[in-house]
Design a protein around this ligand. Structure first.
Ligand code: SF4
Length: 290
């Protein structure tokens, strides 16, 4: 037996064709077929509705007898940026939970997020946590960190006024039996760079300072010698980026002339931030002042 729908449509075709071809009035047979199509469609609709559970019956069965507070909305997963932008806290949680580098996850004590003012005008970027940072969960806390703090204070800030972070957030692993710190590899820095980029986008500093050649390489990819880069303005995502020596270099090389170079870089930073430089500050590490 043929499907009633199909046969009704088949019978209606002449009517549709007559409308398309402008035949007036449509043939009587086709009009009857159209009526038949309406009737079959109505019957099918009724059949489908009777198969559905009665809305009133289901409402009664499921209606609660007492008022229940609506369920609170489920928290968005930390990494869900499609629905809302990062907040600083969301970013911190996501970075602290990061496991993108399994070899570093195995050896790290903790992820070193960064420290300082979330909306600082000035942001320092180093290369990676060392043993002290890995242990304490804060960047630049060893001897080099103490020297960086002195530099920041000489500029007229406190550590809490700036933001300090590293390109790599986990301590680079060391070969078994070896102590000390190793330089992060380019692929490790490239893997972690998106986190730093997000931090910089949130902090929105007016000036960035890259501490040492590895930090510059991690940020902008250049491998030029630091002597060619130091004291020069580069740019990271439209933010002026000053390149200077890593404080650890100054600990290894105690000469006044090298300290003065770093200080000159910091004076350029102060000028860029429109912060007045005192005469005393201008004379730091000059031969006459030493
Ligand atoms: S180094 Fe960076 S990318 Fe790799 S696991 Fe640590 S936080 Fe994640």
């Amino acid at each position: 037996m043929s499907d009633p729908f199909e046969s009704a449509i088949e019978k209606t075709l002449p009517l549709l064709e007559s409308i398309r071809d402008g035949v007036k009035p449509p043939p009587r047979a086709s009009q009857e077929a159209l009526e038949e199509l309406k009737r079959v469609a109505g019957a099918v609709r009724e059949e489908q509705q009777s198969a559905l559970p009665s809305p009133s019956a289901s409402t009664k069965a499921e209606a609660p007898t007492t008022k229940v507070a609506p369920e609170p909305p489920k928290a968005e997963p930390v990494l869900s940026r499609a629905v809302e932008p990062w907040t600083f806290e969301m970013l911190r949680k996501a970075i602290l939970a990061c496991e993108k580098c399994p070899h570093l996850v195995r050896t790290r004590t903790q992820v070193v997020f960064g420290v300082g003012k979330p909306d600082a005008d000035l942001m320092f970027v180093g290369e990676a946590p060392g043993a002290d940072e890995d242990e304490q969960g804060e960047p630049f806390v060893g001897k080099a960190g103490q020297l960086l703090t002195k530099i920041i204070q000489a500029m007229g800030f406190g550590r809490e006024d700036v933001f300090i972070a590293n390109v790599l957030k986990c301590r680079p692993d060391m070969p078994v039996g070896e102590s000390g710190n190793r330089k992060p590899r380019p692929n490790e820095m490239a893997t972690c760079l998106p986190w730093l980029r997000e931090q910089i986008r949130l902090v929105r500093p007016k000036v960035l300072v890259a501490l040492g050649a590895t930090a510059v390489e991690g940020l902008v990819g250049t491998t030029s010698p630091l002597r060619d880069l130091r004291g020069r303005w580069l740019e990271f995502e439209g933010i002026p980026l000053m390149v200077t020596y890593h404080p650890a270099y100054l600990l290894r090389n105690q000469s006044i002339s090298e300290k003065r170079k770093v200080w000159e870089d910091m004076m350029l930073v102060l000028e860029r931030l429109n912060i007045p430089i005192s005469e005393k500050q201008r004379r730091f590490f000059t031969t006459s002042a030493s």
